[in-house]
Design a protein around this ligand. Sequence first.
Ligand SMILES: C[S@@+](CC[C@H](N)C(=O)[O-])C[C@H]1O[C@@H](n2cnc3c(N)ncnc32)[C@H](O)[C@@H]1O
Length: 226
Amino acid sequence: MPTTELDPSLLEKMRREWDERAKENARYYVATANEDWTDEAFFASGRQTVSEEILTDMTNICQGKDPKEMTVLEIGCGAGRVTRALAEVFGRVYGVDISGEMVARATAALQGIPHATVVQNNGADLQALGDIQVDFAFSSIVFQHIPSREVIHNYVREVHRLLRPGGLFKFQVQGDATLQTSADDTWLGVPFSDAQAVEMAEACGFEPRYRHGAGEQYFWLWFFKR
Ligand SMILES: C[S@@+](CC[C@H](N)C(=O)[O-])C[C@H]1O[C@@H](n2cnc3c(N)ncnc32)[C@H](O)[C@@H]1O
């Protein structure tokens, strides 16, 4: 489905509500473990995410490439918590986020790191990045908030557009079908069953090689571009 056919009022609601969360307490809504993050602890938590989800998985992610020669994309970069840690590992980092307020905070967090760029997008596609090619794409604790399966499908198709053949899109969706409360809730997003995740991969040109946490809130997917 082209982005123009997605519900514009839902995209606007996501943007507005994430902007509001950012203004209220951006770092808390990015990572709810702490209501009053210090700079040090906030960015250390991003390094921890990278240690757990990226550094343990470099064979799948790099596929023999030098990370310093790689371009990576983060969808839903928030206040730059993980983006900054990604920039310590990879040669070029792009982040997108629907919230201009979050992007402003990420931009401040990335000051002095010229190989990391964050831009606000429309909440459904990657047109804001043009036609760049990326070697690896990543998204953590973002799609679990998106209430629309079509929007998530759209992102997966868009990553397929930008990812080099064979490259990995590693991301997390919400796997617990009991959690979503309403079809436009921008906090508790739409759940995916294992079968729905596989179907999404196949429909978008990916091999869903590994899946971990089906049925749970943190359902991780390893989609390799065919
Ligand atoms: C819980 S925060 C996580 C931020 C970051 N991934 C991290 O781990 O630090 C979720 C982020 O996803 C962004 N977001 C929510 N819906 C989005 C959408 N449809 N497109 C892009 N970003 C979105 C929000 O603005 C917010 O910054």
